[in-house]
Design a protein around this ligand. Sequence first.
Ligand code: ADP
Length: 469
Amino acid sequence: MSVDEQRRLIVVSNRLPVSVKRVDGGYQSSISSGGLVTALSGLKSTKFQWFGWPGIEVKDTADREQVSQSLEEHSACPIFLNSDLAHEHYNGFSNRILWPILHYQSGVTFDDGPWQAYRRVNELFADQIANAADSGNLIWIHDYHLMLLPGLLRSRLEQQGKSCAIGFSLHTPFPAGDFWRALPVRKQLIDGLLASDLIGFHTDEYKQNFIDTCSNLLGAHTEIPNQIQYKNRLVCIGKFIVGIDPQKFTDTLKAPEVVERIKTLEERYKGMTVIVGVDRLDHIKGLTQKLKGFDSFLDDHPELRNKVVLIQVAVPSREDVKEYQELETELTTPDGTPLLYMHRSVPFNELAALYAIADACLLTSTRDGMNLVSFEYVACQEKRNGVLILSEFAGAASFMREGSICFHPANKTEMSEAIFKALNLDPAERKRKFEQLREFVHKYTSSQWGQTFLEKLNARVGDKATRNC
Ligand code: ADP
């Protein structure tokens, strides 16, 4: 790859991808999996260090020292926050205010307290990272929890006479038109982001929405495609398709215990058509709509009532936020629906087995940055060539429209028709669609995503405002 192998990479996310536990008076840390970890594991020749909150409060200086040491073996560097501040930043502002606006939800109430916490956390990140960075480093910041960080970091780096290339990747949609204006601190956040050298989005639509907002809200110059001129600086804007590591799924499906599990599940659902859904328990995943749409499908086709089952895995998420607690109680299953609802996280092997035995995967997001579950399902369908029934509002739909069956998640009739169509595709059409998806999932892998972004960021080292993107 063309990223300079000696160039140090600093990756920043709100949470470190490592879990830290207190064991026998000391601390132990273990790496957790996730899209970012996978993407970066593909960059074997690039050394990188990861900065973020370790997920636990550590007050004592000696304890902090021990935590830092245990994280060092994973190239992770903790940014310590007290619990109240972390809570206000993560749940109060990021998840209760920013996340809904990024996903087009209205009725969000702005509060100054959580906003101050958001700013404070971004400042604490900036202080520590600026001190740790050296000139020439690449700094890659992730997601909506840290939108002020590029600006805060750049000014600190400049004060210290350091020049680094700053990249930012947004993993959510960026809303269109007026929506962003609902946020009273809309300008501060965009101004903060525009201190980056490169900003990446999942789709062209999110990218264009952002460019339009910069022009309308801040008067930034956006005449040249993929470039924003702002405060005498050039910011490059791009679409970078985040994917998964499909090989990990294909390998897992070959493991003897998974082969055995698949057999058991196939036996259990013999003679039935299985539809699978895997979602975090979040309003944006459209689970209420999914249950209504599936019920509608069964009403429309009563003859299929005993022949189709929906296995829905819903992983609990953000349970400290009131709206997320309410969602679980809101989710009521219509009586008599053949639904297996699992309200828990599922181990990786079990997840792969479920994907593999399902004839179709139903994803009903009302908005969704990308939706990697759709990629994972495809990766597990080499044998069955199952059908993806995908909401047109998942970012993935902008790439997978042809290969899947798309529908509008608010229209239960459309969802019912999409399910029926998926279950009745003729084999040649089913195979044709699957091949398209397969090719896409294997081409746009997570490591391809990481490499492409870093090559672009690398090209911006020391580049002030002169070059093209
Ligand atoms: P989001 O990032 O909004 O949660 P994605 O679909 O992009 O949505 O990614 C979700 C990830 O979480 C996938 O890798 C998926 O396998 C995993 N996941 C979702 N639900 C569960 C669950 N119940 N058990 C285990 N893993 C889950």
